[in-house]
Design a protein around this ligand. Structure first.
Ligand code: IVH
Length: 690
């Protein structure tokens, strides 16, 4: 193989073309056919070669390059995609009787008494996508959205290994539609990791798939393992199939994954048999399904049948009943979260519901317990409606023990004994113990080291809990003195008084060294991460970034908060007054200030480096958006304006420089005219950005 530095551009282009094809072939073998023919090492060699050639000749990077499956740029909002053919939904039925009615209706409409063949397809519980191919190249991916307009998820879809990026022998224009899902195994693994890291877990694989696919940063989508099945089409330049079954054959030929349990049924008996079989294997399938879809097989008949408003007359979804089971409540526990929220949890006598053993159910909050009158000792109906965390549907009144008494929601924190109070307009009761409450202190520390905050690997939930209870780490600042205390200094060491973490069970010199290295690495931290790590109520990653961009330095931010100076804060688009109040309160709680100061003695918070390009016609200008834009979502337009150095305001005043007007603009445009402010359309705005 030629050294990359000796390649001519022509040779490089030829090799990139060869590599794209080879890697696509290997992907198909691996993802579609479960029959990989390349070793991982050989596969990686191809990928690296592709990467290295692109690094030397970036302008030769192909649209279908394997490198494009990950690492595309991060966007600030999704742009919209208008579906040329709407993405429809299906009518639901819940019994075989209703399926019979549906089939009767179809026959009546077609005025025939002959048997009609239906394609029976598992109804995948994920989220639907549309993938557009032009001349065999994948050019655009979209979510369903409201059926008419979805979001552009092109870059995200590219990261899904079993979506072909290039197909051959297909019509010039072809939109393939189907379902993106996360397998049960990958879902459990993801949640287990999130739990470890103290993050909010996903309720079910569908939510996890949706949350993973709709990521502005496609590299996050790439990390999550998603898959897809194709099952229908949108726009096509030439329909070369004449039945649903024929369409599936074509899909497979082009390299799309189709569900192996799709089956042609010639009559109602076969439909029934098929439904029974799927019901039986449902729990063992590696992904969730929530029913079975029946589609008239012949496209000619489908076309005759046509559509109702939002659903085709030629298809129906036969839904599985929600899975329920009876069990007993052994205890009602109160969990205390990072912000002190008390959450009631029912400990259940373990039971299998829909193939999954459940032993807890959330009771949400105080009112919910009262509304359902759930008591310890009650027999209850629990239900998993696709959700992993089961719900308590209702109490079985006849089975209530005679001595039972209503559950009394505590007014004191079960962890620290402090008062637990409920603000007037809030559903949750909160512990007022703040950081003197061990539960809150521990949860806050778990948050502090989590991925989007300090991201210290090696400090899992269990370790933080143990360290806290043993007095080794009481506040985040203690994390940064661990190494020194472990050594114990010469005197302490001689006296055997260091922490000696390496002597703990399950630890060793290597893991301790790794942990210290991970901690040392974080002695310098970016401003948005630091703000987020503090765990201020309502302040997530997006808000932290806004604050960082606005204040530039932590000192500035803290000074304003301590002076109760919230004017600048609430002027930031996206920050409201209730958030501002939470921030001010945070910096007026002496515990918090103490923690922050002790942290600042240990670490360095980097000032926020503004990457805004001030060299544009919009730099320093104030812009107001009004009406619906065609090419950009509002948040995307805002972010673009901000990146070009502009300020975005919510209302028109004499300080406004430009009003960008979309369709159906309202009073802002009129106000602008009144004040003599320049009104531009979206095209002009895009030009000003460039
Ligand atoms: S066909 C006009 N087939 O179910 C055809 N949908 O309730 C519309 N779904 O939005 C869809 N598996 O997200 C179809 N084999 C399958 C499906 C399926 C899952 C989902 C899809 C759709 C929803 C309709």
């Amino acid at each position: 193989m030629k050294d990359i530095k000796d390649l001519s551009p022509e040779e490089a282009a030829a090799e990139l073309e060869y590599l794209a094809a080879e890697i696509a072939k290997a992907d198909t073998a691996y993802y579609q056919n479960d029959d990989p023919y390349l070793s991982d090492a050989d596969y990686d060699r191809l990928k690296h070669r592709n990467f290295d050639i692109e690094a030397r000749f970036p302008y030769l990077t192909r649209a279908d390059s394997p490198s494009k499956r990950v690492g595309a740029e991060v966007k600030s909002g999704f742009s919209k995609v208008t579906h040329r053919f709407p993405m429809l939904s299906l009518a639901d039925v819940f019994s075989i009787g209703e399926v019979e009615d549906f089939i009767m209706g179809v026959k009546r409409f077609l005025n025939t008494s002959e048997e009609i063949a239906f394609m029976s397809e598992p109804k995948i519980d994920g989220l639907s996508f549309s993938a557009r191919y032009e001349k065999g190249m994948f050019v655009q991916g979209a979510t369903r959205g409201d059926g008419t307009t979805g979001e552009d998820i092109t870059e995200n879809l590219k990261t899904i290994g079993n979506l072909p990026l290039r197909i051959s022998g297909a019509p010039e224009i072809l939109e393939v539609r189907g379902e993106v899902y996360m397998s049960k195994a990958d879902f459990f693994a993801l949640n287990a990791r999130y739990e470890q890291e103290g993050k909010k877990i996903f309720a079910n694989p569908r939510n996890a798939a949706a949350g993973s696919l709709r990521q502005l940063d496609p590299s996050i989508t790439a990390e999550r393992k998603l898959s897809l099945f194709a099952y229908t089409w949108g726009e096509v330049s030439e329909r070369v199939w004449d039945s649903q079954q024929d369409f599936f054959d074509h899909l497979r030929g082009w390299g799309f994954p189709t569900n192996p349990h799709n089956a042609l049924c010639r009559n109602i008996r076969e439909i029934e048999e098929n439904f029974a079989r799927l019901t039986e294997i449902r729990a063992d399938l590696p992904y969730d399904i929530d029913g079975v879809v029946y589609k008239v097989n012949s496209i000619a008949l489908q076309e005759r049948l046509g559509f109702l408003t939002r659903t085709p007359r030629w298809a129906v979804a036969h839904k599985f009943p929600a899975e329920k089971a009876l069990t007993r409540i052994n205890n009602i526990r109160i969990q205390v979260g990072r912000t002190g929220a008390l959450t009631p949890v029912a400990d259940l006598e373990p039971i299998t519901v829909g193939g999954v053993v459940v032993s807890h159910a959330t009771l949400h909050n105080e009112d919910e317990v009262k509304r359902k009158d759930v008591r310890i000792g009650d027999t209850v109906i629990v239900q998993r409606a696709g959700d992993v965390i089961p719900q308590i549907v209702q109490v079985v009144a006849e089975k209530r023990p005679a001595e039972s008494t209503p559950f009394e929601f505590p007014h004191f924190c079960p962890q620290c004994g402090a008062h637990a109070i409920r603000e007037e307009d809030e559903a949750v009761r909160r512990c007022t113990g703040g950081l003197s409450c061990p539960a809150q202190a521990i949860e806050r520390m778990i948050h502090f080291v989590s991925r989007d905050a300090f991201d210290i690997v090696g400090l899992g939930d269990k370790i933080i809990e143990d360290f806290y209870h043993e007095g080794i780490v009481k506040t985040p600042a203690d994390i940064f003195t661990l190494e020194e205390r472990n050594r114990g200094g010469d005197d302490l060491f001689a006296a055997g008084q260091g922490l000696h973490l390496e002597r703990r069970e399950g630890w060793g010199k290597k893991s301790v060294d790794n942990l210290f290295a991970a901690i040392r690495n974080k002695r310098k931290i970016s401003l948005p991460r630091f703000i987020y790590a503090l765990g201020i109520r309502q302040v997530g990653t997006a808000t932290s970034l806004l604050i960082a961009r606005h204040y530039g330095s932590f000192a500035q931010f803290m000074r304003d908060m301590q002076a109760k100076e919230t004017g600048k804060l609430v002027a930031i688009d996206g920050i409201g007054s209730s958030m501002a109040t939470d921030m001010v309160e945070f910096f007026h709680e002496p515990h918090n200030v103490d923690i922050v100061n002790r942290l600042l003695a240990q670490i360095e918070v980097e000032d926020f480096v503004d990457t805004t390009n001030y060299n544009t016609p919009l730099a320093g200008k104030t812009i107001v958006f009004t009406g619906t834009l065609q090419h950009l979502t509002r948040s995307e337009a805002k972010a673009k304006a901000q990146n070009a150095g502009a300020k975005v305001a919510g209302s028109v005043s004499k300080n406004t420089d430009y009003v960008v007007q979309g369709a159906d603009a309202g009073s802002k445009a009129a106000k602008a005219a009144e004040l003599g402010i320049k009104v531009v359309d979206e095209e002009t705005f895009l030009q000003l950005l460039a």
